[in-house]
Write a protein that binds this ligand. Structure first.
Ligand code: NAP
Length: 256
């Protein structure tokens, strides 16, 4: 049996670290002794996480907040450079920044499609490319994309969001092939949750709390951020020869 990977002393970049799944994974990584560069637009949220971790006796890694809009390619690339300058190595990328907007294809709003496309696909592709360039040959890297159940089936009025998550899955599989062809041991994984209780649905329904509440009721029970964090830690600590390609998880009460 291969031994599980130790994360102590590694360096990670987490996009979308200010909230929800990215926040949870970033904080857990710091507790595992990882130095984590946290990217998001809301700096106040990132500073709050730093303060929370300072009070956490289990948090042995360093948390570095960086205010970056991931759709700003120059700023995103600069964040990767600054991470290398500060920690010398990059070992892990968690692509958690993402959003959706409910709506049909027949009546969709182009500006919303562009926003979702730019974050969910373009920024994820840029971050992935920049991470791979910087992983050291003798320290195989690991990338996790936050994909979705919507990358496996298409929910009604969620087609554009689902299309971006199908694209994430396609890019993960294509990258896996490219890496193997190049003899590069970098591992690429997707985590594909069903409904998770985060701020995601506030954005999805453009702040319409009634629709959020309706969805919560129909979903019966959602997964919690900690459920996704546990999946991410399982993926990251798997023995070096094990590449977990996709973790598809739903609450046992989710109907669709
Ligand atoms: N919640 C679910 O049910 C669910 C299910 C399946 C998959 N997912 C996926 O999981 C990932 C995380 O979602 P979540 O549920 O944790 O949602 P969330 O709580 O709304 O978090 C989204 C994160 O993305 C960041 N973000 C969005 N646009 C950004 C931009 N332009 N630049 C930088 N950061 C940006 C936000 O930060 P700022 O606003 O501070 O920039 C925030 O930290 C997403 O990819 C989502 O598609 C979620």
């Amino acid at each position: 049996m291969g031994s599980v990977i130790s994360l102590q002393g590694k360096t990670a970049i987490v996009t979308g670290a200010s909230s929800g799944i990215g926040r949870g994974v970033a904080m857990e990584l710091v507790r595992y002794g990882v130095n984590v560069v946290m990217l998001a637009r809301r700096g106040d949220r990132l500073e709050e996480i730093v303060r929370e971790l300072e009070k956490d006796s289990e948090a042995s890694g360093v948390a570095v907040p960086m205010v970056v809009d991931v759709t700003d390619e120059k700023a995103l690339v600069a964040a990767f450079d600054q991470t290398l300058e500060r920690f010398s190595y990059l070992d892990i990328l968690i692509n958690a920044a993402g959003l959706g907007r409910a709506g049909s294809l027949m009546e969709g709003v182009t500006t919303e499609w562009i926003e979702v496309f730019n974050v969910n696909i373009l920024a994820l592709a840029v971050a992935t490319r920049e991470a791979i360039k910087r992983f050291a040959f003798d320290r195989p890297g690991h990338i996790i994309h936050l994909s979705s159940m919507s990358g496996h089936r298409v929910p009604r009025k969620g087609a554009f969001y689902a299309a971006t998550k199908f694209a994430v899955r396609a890019m993960a599989e294509a990258l896996r092939c490219e890496l193997r062809d190049a003899g590069d041991p970098t591992r690429i994984s997707c985590i594909s949750p069903g409904f998770v209780s985060t701020e995601f649905f506030g954005n999805y329904f453009r702040g319409d709390q009634e629709k959020v509440d309706q969805l919560k009721e129909s979903a019966r029970r959602m997964l919690e951020v900690d459920d996704i964090v546990a999946a991410a830690m399982h993926v990251l600590t798997a023995p070096a020869h094990v590449e977990i390609n996709d973790v598809l998880l739903r609450s046992n009460e989710q109907l669709s």
